[in-house]
Design a protein around this ligand. Structure first.
Ligand code: DC
Length: 223
């Protein structure tokens, strides 16, 4: 991993990690790695195979052989394939968001998915998740923790979901997920001590991307 440029962005749901990661990846000519999609794919596969989201052992067995592939798409987010099937949209439903948060709380699941994340990120990427700076890529040279007020994050999530959902429900789902992601014993959502915190509440996308690029470029020049 010596010369691979690895930028990791952790933070709660709806902070804008995916959009920011894509912009940075375009700028630096790197692929993105959406680690949340891995937990989402596992939750979907478990549901389809009849494995309960509470069944740690059953989930870890599925995770060991997760037939997952990210396929680059020009000018778009990556396509996510599970056993050759396009599940890009199927893993984004509110139900699977909840499932991903539940399956990700099991230590055995997190252990099983560590290798796949490290393999996918090894050649350099802009990776986004919850525990990348703290656990998955502790040696990453560039770590950011992107956050924003709950209401701002819920409003952003709402705009990505099919019309008709009330903001209050999206906000409650998001807060429940935050609470679970932050309070789990195994690799909780936490800012790594050496991560740069970026609060995007009052910032637009360009401002967030510029702040992160300035930090990356400044450090690269200094090294
Ligand atoms: O980033 P996302 O909303 O797609 O992630 C879905 C869930 O996966 C999230 O609730 C927590 C979990 N997750 C995790 O525990 N660790 C990661 N590195 C990424 C996601």
């Amino acid at each position: 991993m010596a010369n691979a440029l690895l930028i990791v962005i952790d933070g709660p749901a709806g902070a804008g990690k995916s959009t920011v990661a894509r912009r940075l990846a375009d700028h630096y000519g790197l692929p993105t790695l959406d680690t949340g999609a891995i937990y989402r794919a596992l939750a979907l596969m478990a549901r389809e195979r009849g494995v309960a989201w509470s069944d740690e052992e059953g989930l870890a067995a599925l995770a060991d052989e997760l037939p997952l592939r990210f396929v680059a798409e020009p000018d778009a987010a990556q396509r996510v394939e599970l056993a050759g099937r396009d599940v890009t949209a199927a893993i984004r439903t509110p139900e699977i968001s909840e499932g991903a948060s539940k399956v990700s709380a099991h230590p055995a699941v997190r252990r099983a998915l560590l290798g796949i994340q490290r393999r996918l990120g090894a050649a350099g990427c802009v990776a986004e998740g919850r525990d990348l700076g703290s656990v998955v890529f502790p040696d990453a040279p560039f770590k950011f923790f992107l956050t924003a007020d709950d209401r701002v994050r819920a409003a952003r999530r709402l705009s990505e979901l099919p019309a008709g959902l009330p903001l209050e429900q999206v906000l409650q789902d998001l807060q429940r997920r935050d609470e679970r992601d932050q309070s789990r014993a195994a690799a909780p959502l936490v800012q790594a001590p050496d991560a740069v915190r970026v609060d995007s509440t009052g910032l637009d996308l360009d401002e967030v991307v510029s702040a992160i690029m300035a930090a990356v470029d400044g450090r690269q020049r200094a090294d």
